[in-house]
Design a protein around this ligand. Sequence first.
Ligand code: F0G
Length: 355
Amino acid sequence: RTRYTGLIDKYRDRLPVHDDTRIISLGEGNTPLIRLNNIPRVLGKDIDIYVKYEGLNPTGSFKDRGMTMAVTKAVEEGSKAIICASTGNTSASAAAYAARAGITAFVLIPDGKIALGKLAQAMMHGATVIQIKGNFDEGMQLVKEVGAEAPVTIVNSINPYRLQGQKTAAFEIVEELGSVPDFHCIPVGNAGNITAHWMGYSEYHENGIVNTLPRMVGYQASGSAPFMRGKMVDDPDTVATAIRIGHPQSWDKAWKVHEESKGWFDECSDDEILAAQKLLAEKEGVFCEPASATSLAGAMRDIQSGKIPEGSKIVCTLTGHGLKDPDIAIQQSTAVQAVDATLDEVKKAILANME
Ligand code: F0G
């Protein structure tokens, strides 16, 4: 029996580390690939849908895959501080890995519109949290300017080690399925993750480990959909705050993925996103944050329309855990029933809810 010690140890020969590199890990990666049982039946389609539950990473999102690499390399290169702009998950992850490494983390977050769980994480791990009076895109611009002047390492996905770490999600999927899926559906914000997955699949393809490639399908929230508009969006908005991004950093890379994989981009409304989040939680027992549900919302629409044909094998990435954003979850649920603490009242409440 070998102990799982994180994705750098597991994929060491495919990552830019040396034998004596001190690895900063929290046991990230190795997340479950869950086959959906009930939703295909709801859709009435003969379809194989898997969700890659990245919310089960140590800080509750896929960012940990990239952060273990970025922080490992920052420490190796002698950096004493890291910095990022974030809609929440990157800051939570950066804060945790900096704590683990014993270095400082600075995080710039937008004014409001950050899910509370993520803020709690950055604060608990001791990061310096700087809330700017602006959105993510403005924060990202500032981080680039600070990074050029101060001795801090930027750990946003423009840091190339981030994508190296994140490509391992594709490796895990191939190992579980024994092949690539036909379609890989994924939420798109900065477009780092779609790029990283394509890197992973392409690497296995070039090395002859797989002989086909998936079509990469990127879904955005309608209010923050620069890839659909064909240009940057200056005032992005969506309930899926994690992907409230109008100026994606990996713009060119993602268009290349689109072209090379013969995939497509599409957009989902906030209502569709929340409906998919709820459906997944209620029908499959899987709780993801709103941004993550964008992949399933889009996939369901494309399955219904036949764009994704029956008989296909699909993987949807669920990028972050549902507990990240309790407010949105509670808002869209029915109220808790308050009753007197008597057997009679409790019985009544139960009977009233039995079909
Ligand atoms: N899903 C979640 C839950 C995210 O937090 C993000 C990005 C994405 C999807 C989009 O991934 O940017 O690689 O296309 N969150 C960043 C952050 C921006 O600051 O946490 P992408």
